[in-house]
Design a protein around this ligand. Structure first.
Ligand code: CO
Length: 196
């Protein structure tokens, strides 16, 4: 484990090297942010939004929670979505899950973990909805498929939100994407596209 002081030291080095590469970097960014993308992803430490899509600070607005859920009564996620769509006017909302998601596996295995069980109940609902497809799969395939189905369901929740419906009806340029990330090879896949 890295010493906590090392993080502050890393930050100092990063700040200095960033300024060296672009002396105006922090000046420009401190005045305003104009990201074109909203990322709704998992809190998993192995799926850092900016890094895996090669974007620098200022380029992507991020919301992360366990298993990248978009719950209609979650004012945290909805507030991020509303601000991103109505105020920042992002052009793309990316819902990104990942294979091997601990939240998905915990929901599948019915583990008792405490408060988070209620949160994971949303995933159990999705597993139940798609039980006829999932029941025919082995444990590994089931986990992977539920990770995918969860992304598709959460993207559908984004589309169903009054925030997105209102934006689309007033002609705002906005596209919702369903992506999944592989921890094994670091690659993203668009779930709405046929496998290559
Ligand atoms: Co996860």
């Amino acid at each position: 484990m890295t010493d906590i002081n090392q993080l502050l030291e890393n930050n100092k080095n990063w700040s200095e090297s960033t300024k060296e590469a672009d002396p105006d970097f922090f000046d420009k960014l401190s005045k305003r942010q104009r990201p074109e993308y909203l990322w709704i992803g998992c809190s998993d430490s192995r799926v850092p939004a900016n890094q895996i899509v090669g974007l620098i600070p200022g380029d992507i607005f991020v919301h992360r929670n366990v298993a990248n859920l978009v719950v209609h009564t979650d004012f945290n996620c909805l507030s991020v979505l509303q601000y991103a769509v109505d105020v920042l006017k992002v052009k793309h909302v990316i819902v990104c899950g990942h294979y091997g998601c601990g939240g998905i596996d915990a929901a599948l295995q019915n583990q008792q973990l405490g408060l988070i069980d209620n949160w994971l109940g949303h995933i159990k609902d999705i597993a139940y909805k798609h039980r006829s497809e999932l029941d025919g799969l082995d444990a590994t395939q089931k986990s992977a498929r539920l990770c995918e189905l969860n992304v598709l369901e959460q993207a559908a929740n984004v589309r169903r939100s009054n925030i997105v419906k209102d934006a689309i009806s007033r002609g705002q340029d906005l596209t919702i994407h369903s992506w999944i990330y592989s921890l094994r090879n670091g690659r993203l896949k668009d779930l709405t596209k046929i496998d290559e």
